[in-house]
Design a binder for this molecule. Structure first.
Ligand code: TUI
Length: 310
C-alpha cells in the first residue's frame, strides 16, 4: 500500500509504531521495521547514551529505517537530539510539546520530522515550522493525551494542513486502519497493539493486564496538573484520582508516580505501577509477532477499502 508517508519514509507499509516510553526499545522497533513499517525507539527520559546504544542495537537487527521518538517534556531532549543527529537517524517523531527549536538542524541533516499534534492549531504551526508530516493523536490513545478524539481530530487536521496526516489513538485492527484512511490519514500509528507483541520486552504481568482489559478499563489521571495520562485502572490510578479530588499539589502527585511506569514495564508491578494503554486495549486479545499484527491489520483494511471502491 503506497502513500505519501511510505514514500517519505522509505517503508513498505503505512504503519508507524508509537514511541512508548520504557516500552519502545530496540527489539520492538527493529521488529516493526523488519516487518515493513517504521519502528521507533522511544528516548523518553533515558540518558542520551542509552538512546545511542539502543539505536546501535536496533541497527544490528535491521537494515531498514528506524526512527527515534523525542519526548519534549524531557529536560534532556536537546542532548537526545544531538545523539540522533550523530547516529544518522533519518526520522524523528516527537511528543508532548513543540519541536520547533529542533527543526532547522534536523532539516539541514535531512532528518524527517513528524510531530504528534493534538489540535489543528498545533498541526498548522508544525507545518509552518517545516514538519514533513504530522501524527494526529486522539484522546483514545494511551499515555500523555490531548482532549479530542481521533474521529474528530483527524479530518480537521487533514483540512488544516497540506503535509500528510498520520492517525493515532484507538487503532488496533484493519477496521480502525480503514476508518483512519477514510478520515484522510495516509498512515496510522499504533501503540497499544504493539505493547503485547511477542517482540515487546515488557513484563508478562503488564501484557496480561492489556490482554484482559475491557473497553472501559482505562481512565485518565493528571487532568488537574495539565498532563493527562491514560492508563489501565488499578490501585495506582485510583489513588492518584482520589488525591486529585482532594486537591493535592503537583509535588505530591509527582512523588506518587515517580518511577511508576518503570515499575510496571520492568518489574511487572501492576498494583502500584502505571499501566499506560489506550482505549483499544479491549480489542487486543492475543500476543502475536509484529509481522503478524501488521499483516492482519493490512489484509483486513485492504479488504474493507477495496469493498468501498467496488
Ligand atoms: O507523548 C505522548 N505520549 C506519552 S509521552 C509519555 S512519557 C510521560 N511520562 C510521565 C508523564 C508524562 C509523560 C507517555 N505518553 N503522546 C504524544 C502527544 N503529544 N500527545 C499529545 C501531545 C501533545 C500535546 C500538546 C503535543 C503537543 C502539544 O502542544 C502543546 C504545546 O506545547 O503547545
Amino acid at each position: 500500500m503506497k502513500t505519501r508517508v511510505t514514500a517519505l519514509l522509505g517503508i513498505e507499509k503505512p504503519v508507524i509504531q508509537g514511541g512508548m516510553a520504557w516500552v519502545a526499545e530496540h527489539h520492538l522497533a527493529a521488529a516493526v521495521s523488519e516487518a515493513g513499517g517504521l519502528g521507533v525507539i522511544a528516548a523518553a527520559s533515558a540518558p542520551p547514551e542509552v538512546v545511542r546504544s539502543e539505536i546501535r542495537k536496533a541497527r544490528e537487527l535491521t537494515d531498514k529505517p528506524v526512527g527515534v521518538n523525542i519526548m519534549l517534556m524531557n529536560p534532556n531532549a536537546d542532548e537526545v537530539a544531538k545523539v540522533v543527529l550523530e547516529e544518522g537517524i533519518k526520522v524523528v517523531t516527537t511528543g508532548a510539546g513543540n519541536p520547533a527549536r529542533f527543526m532547522k538542524e534536523f532539516k539541514k541533516a535531512g532528518v524527517k520530522v513528524i510531530p504528534v499534534v493534538a489540535s489543528t492549531a498545533m498541526a498548522r504551526l508544525m507545518e509552518r515550522s517545516g514538519a514533513d508530516a504530522v501524527i494526529a493523536e486522539g484522546m483514545e490513545a494511551g499515555g500523555h493525551i490531548g482532549s479530542i478524539t481521533t474521529m474528530c481530530l483527524v479530518p480537521q487536521v487533514k483540512d488544516a494542513v497540506k503535509i500528510p496526516v498520520i492517525a493515532a489513538g484507538g487503532i488496533g485492527d484493519g477496521r480502525g486502519f480503514a476508518a483512519a484512511f477514510m478520515l484522510g490519514a495516509e498512515a496510522v500509528q499504533m501503540g497499544t497493539g504493539f505493547l503485547v507483541a511477542k517482540e515487546s520486552v515488557i513484563h508478562e504481568n503488564y501484557k496480561e493486564k492489556v490482554i484482559k482489559a475491557k473497553d472501559i478499563d482505562s481512565e485518565i489521571t493528571g487532568t488537574s496538573t495539565g498532563h493527562p495520562i491514560r492508563q489501565i485502572r488499578n490501585q495506582m490510578s485510583r489513588k492518584y484520582l482520589s488525591l486529585e479530588k482532594e486537591g493535592a499539589g503537583l509535588e505530591e502527585l509527582e512523588q506518587l508516580t515517580l518511577g511508576s511506569l518503570r515499575r510496571a514495564v520492568v518489574e511487572g508491578d501492576v498494583v502500584t505501577g502505571t499501566l499506560m494503554a489506550g482505549q483499544i486495549a479491549g480489542l487486543i486479545k492475543k500476543e502475536q509477532t509484529c509481522r503478524e499484527i501488521m499483516d492482519e491489520v493490512l489484509a483486513q483494511a485492504q479488504e474493507l477499502l477495496s469493498r468501498k471502491e467496488a
